[in-house]
Design a protein around this ligand. Sequence first.
Ligand code: NI
Length: 212
Amino acid sequence: MTPPVKAKLRALFNGILIALILLLVYGAYGYSSKNAANNQSAPVRSSGTATVGGPFQMTGSDGQIYSQKDFAGKYMLLYFGYTYCPDVCPLDLQRLTLALDSFAAGGGDISNLQPLFVTIDPARDTPQVMAEYITHFHPSILGLSGTDAQLADMAKAYKVYYQQGDVYEDGSYLMDHSSIMYLMGPEGEFVTHISSNEGPKAFAEKLLRFLP
Ligand code: NI
């Protein structure tokens, strides 16, 4: 094949691939929000995960030191991930951003809620790297970074799994990690979780349901 034909074919293939991915993503969101609507009469609080949460100390993307006490009186929305994540984390943070906008549009009080993006890759995700990264998402999100030991403590308290993958020749690597959002109450207590198949709409509806 001549190069231009090859390039055209590749462009066509990429287009189809992206369309398929979008279909899958929106299909899953549509399905889950429909389910959420059906179940609206009976919101179920997950039991058995009530021990999620606990004290922590981390460094914010603003350079300040934070512990759970700094968020007392507010709801915390926690997500654990990392800025080098090629797929899941940026999608989840985008979903979080859309959900927060939708929550505010639906009358939710965003000042009563602190979204936290906690890195599970503090070696690369310094507070500065986190600060730059979160500018792509909702302005209320605060990044949290820390030492390996600080992260290990916090991840243990929140039952978050993370593991470094193989290191490539250029020194880069992926992180394997659980992908879940936790909503914690004003006293640091576990309220509910939001799983990755809950789209922005279902996510926002959940926030509106659980927050005063
Ligand atoms: Ni990720």
